[in-house]
Design a protein around this ligand. Structure first.
Ligand code: SF4
Ligand code: SF4
Length: 139
C-alpha cells in the first residue's frame, strides 16, 4: 500500500530555528514546545549543526510492541496510533524507540506521538522536512 509519512529530507540544511517544533505544539493550540512530537537538537555546538528527531513511522514499531496496555498500536503502512485513555504512563515506549522519537508530555505523563500530518513541513524555511510517499506491504 502507498502511505504518506514525514521524512527528513536534508538535516544539513537545518539552522535550529525550531519553527517545526513550535508548529507541531500549536496543533494543540499551545505556545512553547512542551507538547511537540518533533525535536531539534544541536549535535555538538551550533557550528556542528543539528539533528531533527521525529517518528520514522516504522512498519514494525518497537514502541507498540512493548506497550502493556495496547495504548499504542501499529498502523497499517507504518507509524503508531495512541489511545491516551489506555496509557498508564509507564514510559516503556519511550525507552523502546531506538532514535528517541517518542516525546513525552510531562504534565499528562503520556507519550507524544507524531501523527504524520505534515503540518510542520510548511513552517520549515529550508525544506529540511517533507512528506514523502512510501510503498509498504499490505493492502
Ligand atoms: S507509556 Fe503508555 S503508550 Fe507508552 S508503553 Fe506505557 S502504556 Fe503504552
Ligand atoms: S507531522 Fe504533524 S504530528 Fe508529526 S511532527 Fe509534524 S506537525 Fe507534529
Amino acid at each position: 500500500m502507498l502511505t504518506k509519512k514525514l521524512d527528513i529530507i536534508d538535516a544539513d540544511r537545518c539552522v535550529g530555528c525550531l519553527s517545526c517544533v513550535f508548529a507541531c505544539a500549536r496543533r494543540y493550540g499551545e505556545g512553547g514546545y512542551d507538547r511537540s512530537a518533533i525535536a531539534v537538537r544541536s549535535v555538538a555546538g551550533v557550528e556542528k549543526g543539528f539533528v531533527v528527531i521525529v517518528c520514522r513511522a516504522c512498519t514494525d514499531p518497537p514502541c507498540a510492541k512493548v506497550c502493556p496496555t495496547n495504548a499504542l498500536v501499529a498502523k497499517k503502512g507504518g507509524g503508531v496510533f495512541l489511545n491516551p485513555n489506555k496509557c498508564i504512563g509507564c514510559g516503556f515506549c519511550r525507552n523502546a524507540c531506538p532514535i528517541g522519537a517518542v516525546m513525552w508530555d510531562e504534565a499528562a505523563n503520556k507519550p507524544i506521538i507524531c501523527v504524520q500530518c505534515g503540518y510542520c513541513v510548511d513552517f520549515c524555511p529550508h525544506d529540511v522536512i517533507g512528506i514523502v510517499e512510501r510503498q509498504t506491504e499490505g493492502v
